[in-house]
Design a protein around this ligand. Structure first.
Ligand code: K7E
Ligand code: CUA
Length: 620
């Protein structure tokens, strides 16, 4: 005992000495552990500390990659607030278990959520919807930011294969851009040997039309493209507002080990589509039917699409806030290439072409290039602030480079831990970025968190970009895998807290326990059920084995936070109903016996009592 106490005391002295030396700004200790000097740490702590009860200034929406979700956090605290399930069932909110969300997910139980995009009006985030792409199953989803719920899963989009180069919205959300990362023979379902890849496979880029009132998506137009890999995109704004841009790798049209075969050319392309001209081509019938939709063949519709040469196997393409500059990042280079939209327009008007790809004009590089910026190794993505600076992520170098639009000088570089993919600046995709904060979305996090075994989290680092030099403020961790994010001023969103009863248009909603009912029609049983603190009405549902059971469950609460769940034993069902919401649960009563159902969401002191029974009479 005594020696233990002594050891503790000695430890205390050692710790005290360490703190003293850190405070004095000396010693290599903190450097080795990757931390900065004490005063910077204090500074960062003050900048990111959001006191209990206080609120963050920004929302951060990040894609959950192959989790199929969207994560919501606050900035500057970086605290995770919510998970919005999109492409994957999520029992925590009952998503994918009730009839409506089950139908939205269709045959798929996962998606690969890559790029979120907040809807825009006049080139600024309007806070209405968040779109997000699914690279795995070629879908596009729309989350309503009024209630943070997925309202639409559109797709699989006809002819699109590997919907990665999306979702990017045009200036007034006329379109959400989509496209094919993986070229295939079209229409889908056709077989062609991989040996004929270069001639019988096709890429494709698309514009999904968004209804300005409801946000509902519809296919607008598709453009048939050469068999390249369309990787990332962005929509123009201001002088480039009529254009959608997509990078591509593999202009070699190669197969096999693409890491070798698709990296032969010094330059690949940025494809640019004029969506007004595309609309016209569709209206004039300059299309080819593919999978039941009219697709624009560029050979028959000149002026729809052009190619900008871009070094080398580019990844991100990003349009500057003023819409003048197109920034393409060549991930196998140490430069990003900047084009000026006026130069591009002049080259198009003068037919200043260097050749073509399957009839698509390739613009003359020297005529359209504005600058090659020496950002560093492995540039991927670029974001912007409110002072005319651009920020480019460097995967290979594990850093963010700050550079100046117009003068093209590199101002500053901050190391990140480790290997950054995307970065996201506050309101960074708009005409008026907010500045202040940047989040580095890193692919690796090794050693900067408590050890959780081999399946390690991703790290996201908050960087202060308000000064000349970028300052690292905070490390946050998430489950895999945030690719891209959107940061919007919290003041722009005012989500509802309950669904007002008057808005509930479900014909099967009931609001009074005396309206609760069980009705039988042949072997169909329809239940209208109420959930309210702390009981279900009816609490007993008797059916026959083999019956088709439908339960319309209304949570009649109109109080914030009063959610109720409906978990049914051994039936793989859990539905959560928010205050004022009605959800439909459907199943076949296959198994005889007595099955309890219970509220899964802790709602009151008598939550545990909120339960009932499904009684299934055996068939014989
Ligand atoms: Cu760069 Cu899917 Cu946008 Cu990940 S992608 S990094
Ligand atoms: Cu209702 Cu717990």
């Amino acid at each position: 005992m005594k020696s233990n106490a002594l050891l503790k005391w000695l430890g205390g002295i050692a710790l005290g000495a360490l703190i003293t030396s850190v405070l004095m700004g000396g010693c290599g200790g903190p450097k080795q552990s990757g931390r900065t000097a004490r005063s910077d740490v204090q500074e960062a702590a003050i900048k990111t500390y959001v006191a209990p009860g206080d609120l963050d200034e920004f929302y951060l929406f990040y894609s959950g990659g192959h989790s199929g979700n969207v994560y919501v956090a606050g900035i500057p605290s970086m605290r995770h607030i919510a998970t919005v399930p999109v492409f994957t069932p999520y029992p925590a909110t009952g998503y994918g278990f009730d009839k409506e969300s089950k139908e939205m997910l269709g045959e798929f139980t996962w998606g690969d959520a890559h790029h979120p995009s907040i809807s825009e009006t006049g080139g600024n985030y309007d806070g209405r919807w968040l779109f997000i792409s699914d690279n795995a199953n070629n879908r596009m989803a729309r989350i309503d930011l009024r209630d943070f719920k997925t309202k639409e899963v559109f797709g699989p989009i006809p002819n699109v294969s590997g919907n990665h180069c999306s979702s990017f919205v045009t200036e007034n959300t006329e379109y959400v851009l989509a496209g094919s990362r993986f070229s295939i023979p079209l229409p889908k379902g056709r077989f062609e040997s991989l040996d004929d890849y270069a001639t019988k496979y096709n890429g494709l880029v698309a514009g999904i039309k968004v209804d300005p009132q409801s946000g509902k998506m519809n296919l607008g137009w598709e453009v048939l493209m050469p068999p390249f890999n369309y990787d990332l995109g962005d929509a123009g704004k201001g002088p480039s507002a009529e254009w959608g841009f997509w990078t591509c790798y593999n202009s070699e049209r190669a197969t096999g080990k693409l890491e070798v075969t698709s990296t032969q050319n010094d330059r690949d392309y940025i494809a640019m589509v004029n969506w007004k001209t595309a609309e016209k081509a569709v209206a004039e019938g300059k299309t080819t039917p593919l999978s039941g939709v009219p697709v624009i063949d560029p050979k028959k519709a000149p002026g729809v699409v052009y190619l900008l040469p871009c070094a080398k196997s580019p990844h991100g393409v990003d349009i500057s806030p003023d819409g003048k500059y197109i920034v393409g990042s060549g991930k196998l280079q140490s430069i990003t290439t900047v084009y000026h939209i006026e130069k591009v327009m002049t080259a198009i008007n003068n037919k200043d072409f260097a050749g073509d790809e399957d009839g698509i004009p390739v613009l003359n590089y020297d005529s359209v290039k504005e600058a090659e910026v020496n950002v560093g190794l492995g540039p991927l993505h670029t974001q912007f602030d409110d002072k005319g600076f651009a920020y480019t992520s460097l995967f290979v170098e594990s850093a963010v480079t700050k550079w100046k639009l117009g003068t093209w000088e590199v101002i500053d570089k901050v190391p990140v831990s480790y290997n950054i993919g995307h970065l996201s600046a506050a309101e960074g995709d708009t005409k008026t970025p907010a500045g202040k904060y940047l989040v580095a979305l890193n692919k690796l996090s090794h050693g900067r968190h408590l050890n959780v075994g081999p399946s390690q989290p991703e790290s996201s680092q908050l960087i202060d970009i308000s000064g000349e030099k970028q300052v690292l403020l905070y490390d946050a961790f998430t489950e895999p895998e945030p690719h891209y994010a959107q940061i919007i001023l919290a003041s722009k969103l005012s989500p509802i807290e309950v669904y007002p009863q008057a808005e509930n248009k479900d014909p099967n909603a009931i609001w009074d326990v005396k309206d609760a009912s069980i009705k039988r029609d042949g072997n169909k049983v329809v239940v209208k059920m109420i959930a309210v603190r702390s009981s279900f009405e009816p609490y007993k549902v008797e059916v026959n084995q083999g019956d088709k059971v439908t339960i319309h469950l209304t949570n009649i609460e109109q109080t914030t936070d009063e959610l109720h769940g409906f978990g049914l034993n051994e039936h793989n069902i859990n539905v959560v109903v928010d205050p004022g919401e009605t959800k439909t649960i459907e199943f076949i009563a296959k198994k005889p016996g007595v099955f309890p159902f219970y509220c899964t969401n802790f709602c009151s002191a008598l939550h545990q009592e909120m339960q009932g029974y499904l009684l299934v009479k055996p068939r014989s």
